[in-house]
Design a protein around this ligand. Structure first.
Ligand SMILES: Nc1ncnc2c1ncn2[C@@H]1O[C@H](COP(=O)(O)OP(=O)(O)OP(=O)(O)O)[C@@H](O)[C@H]1O
Ligand SMILES: [Mg+2]
Length: 238
């Protein structure tokens, strides 16, 4: 496998655990024959109908759904050999943006970032403050440090979630419908922010149902359909 790629999947099939399923020892097959290779600084869209497996693929990439067939690597981690105890180390090297933000609702913007940094090994308070100022500047929340999450708009909450994802300068961001609940203007701000992040060399893999986003910010697009993934040319779809 090519070491320069940040993500490589070869001949991968993905199953849901199927603990509740009687007839299958592996679980329910969600995706098969997946081959995917993502280089540095690439933006990749995952599109497809509800239930087509976009979130499942992202979960496999961040170690929540185990990879049992095929080969898979992300930022140097072998997904086939990923032990539970190693998952926190993987999560330090990638940024994850969930559609529902998963912010800590009991503390302000600064403390949301501070908490994550302490949990991922940052010790020096001066460096922590400096990095928080940097990422808040990047996402346009520099004057909102002491706001609680409930005092932020949906778009601002999502930008805080992105700030948290980039705080450790990951090589890859995995984002599940990052513009999901946003109006077109707020979605546009998120995409401009993503364009800046990608220009800085970080790769972003994001699922979306927002076809306007895909059309306005053209990038590699993978269509999930009937358990397979195929790369498509959005411009050619008209
Ligand atoms: N924890 C789970 N256990 C078993 N099956 C699951 C689990 N989560 C999802 N599935 C199934 O896996 C398939 C793919 O779901 P997934 O959430 O990946 O779709 P999606 O493309 O992200 O859909 P959406 O656009 O609605 O977010 C669906 O058939 C779903 O029912
Ligand atoms: Mg999903």
């Amino acid at each position: 496998m090519d070491e320069k790629k940040v993500i490589e999947l070869e001949g991968v099939s993905i199953y849901h655990s199927g603990e509740s399923l009687r007839n299958s020892h592996r679980g329910e097959l969600v995706l098969s024959e997946v081959n995917l290779s993502v280089g540095g600084g690439e933006l990749v869209y995952l599109i497809g109908k509800v239930g087509s497996g976009k979130s499942t693929l992202l979960k496999t990439l961040y170690g929540e759904v185990p990879l049992k067939t095929g080969k898979g690597r992300i930022v140097g981690f072998d997904l086939r050999r990923l032990r539970r105890s190693r998952i926190p180390y993987l999560r330090r090297k990638i940024g994850i943006v969930f559609q529902d933000h998963q912010l800590l609702t009991d503390r302000d913007v600064f403390r949301n970032l501070h908490y994550v940094m302490k949990a991922t090994g940052w010790r020096d308070e001066t460096l922590i403050r400096r990095r928080i100022a940097e990422v808040l500047e990047l996402v346009g929340l520099h004057n909102k440090e002491y706001k609680m999450p409930f005092e932020l708009s949906g778009g601002e909450q999502q930008r805080l979630a992105i700030a948290r994802a980039v705080v450790n300068s990951p090589a890859v961001i995995l984002a599940d419908e990052p513009t999901g609940n946003l109006d077109p203007a707020a979605a546009d701000e998120i995409m401009r922010l993503f364009a800046t992040i990608v220009a800085g060399g970080c790769s972003i893999v994001m699922s979306t149902h927002n076809i306007n986003v895909v059309e306005d910010y053209p990038a590699r697009t993978l269509l999930f359909s009937q358990g397979r993934i195929e790369e498509i040319d959005v411009a050619a779809l008209g």
